[in-house]
Design a protein around this ligand. Sequence first.
Ligand code: SAM
Length: 490
Amino acid sequence: MIANLTAFSSTLAGKSPPAIEIADAPKPSTRSYATEIGADPRMEPGDPLAARALALDVLLRVDATAAHADATLAAALASTRLDARDRALASRLVYGTLAWLGRLDWQLARLTDRDCASFDPRVRMALRLGLYQITLLDRVPAHAAVTTSVDLAKRAVPAAGRLVNAVLRRAVRERNSLPLPDAARDPLAHLAVALSHPRWLVERWQRRFGDEVGDLLAADNEAAPTVLRARPGARDDLLARLRAAGIACEAGRFAPDAVRVQAVDPHALPGWSAGVFSVQEEASQLVTWLLDPLPGMRVLDACAAPGGKSAHAAERMRDEGMIAACDRRRRGALAIARNAVRLGLRSIRPLVLDARNADAVLARGSFDRILVDAPCSGLGTLRAHPEIRWRRSPDDLRRFAATQHRLLDAVTPLLRPGGVIVYATCTLTDEENDDVVERWLAAHPTLRREDAADILPPTARTLVDGRGALRTLPHRHGLDGFFAVRARRA
Ligand SMILES: C[S@@+](CC[C@H](N)C(=O)[O-])C[C@H]1O[C@@H](n2cnc3c(N)ncnc32)[C@H](O)[C@@H]1O
């Protein structure tokens, strides 16, 4: 299904297409993930250690390999026999421990009089997991948090049991008076540790959001809601179907097809494999509304993997027309293809292409709509990807901005006169949002910025800022932090 560029003959720039070789999609692994990373496969559902052992394994893998927590957790959950309650607990433990890592490590250093980096990684993670449950999770009894963490640490390093026991028992005794940096002496350090974000980010958010900074940081530590996208116009059917299966759900507030659902694993919900719905956060759904693709159009989705917005565009176009869904990575193009097959969408043409070179391959003026859903720092999605905050640095923002400029410069000439282009990110930094847009529009004077409020559904108009951009914020709207600007070529 991945295009070999013949599908793009009318959009090719008359130059040689890039060499594209696509292997068959890999078969899903049949190996037990839990066994692979050390959890005990003999553990029975309901065993108090089972959810925590799985969480610990996921956390260690995320720590050691810089893997994404959501994908690592999903892979682990797919091969366990945990019941729904334990799945929910494992999931909360993974996301919560990653979000609160900075605060947990700061307090552990004081509880142990040691730098946390000096511990064996498995013991350190068992301590974090225990302290998270003791200090930040209401529903876990303190004794269960201590004994399970001791057991987990002992399985990794038998001699560590006593230390973990002593540290966590002290944490239980002192949990209402555990120290934080003095707010009067160093307010930034206090915020950074108390609400568990790196200091450079808190400094930046304080400059950008002023008094709202605490609310934003707190919102980043909330559990992300699970949001589905029904087929256009079929939201009521999806709500009825889910409710009939006993699943708590409600209509989203802003995006017309959005459904909020209480589910740890949305891929296990009824209708997933039949393509009845997609999983997509509400702010992300609004980006395609802003693009407003119509049936029969030629659309370029320049950074498309895993294909959420391409699929949404195809659905809104009634699958009539053509969507060139590019991604730099082959596995990205394969993910787009798999998603299109699941949804039965034929208008999507996945393509392996570095969109920074799109103007060398695709014909000028050949697309009615172009979406640049750019690679970015992702700092608007910390609820769903808590680990990102510990991985980014100010240098990354400059690097992303340079790529974003190159992408926009390469794809803008491909837009036909009268066509529309949307630039979107899921981050909150000016360098990657407003600054990129200013420079881009200045470099392409044929583009005219359009007001998102004129395009978005009425339910989403409150999300448009004074300059006509879609701008969503976790603490104000309960949505991921997205930014999107629409422009039309004269
Ligand atoms: C924000 S994600 C896109 C999400 C996607 N639009 C969706 O809704 O599912 C950005 C994507 O850009 C891809 N990417 C990064 N650099 C690229 C480039 N130079 N050309 C094309 N794709 C690129 C990444 O592989 C990543 O999948």
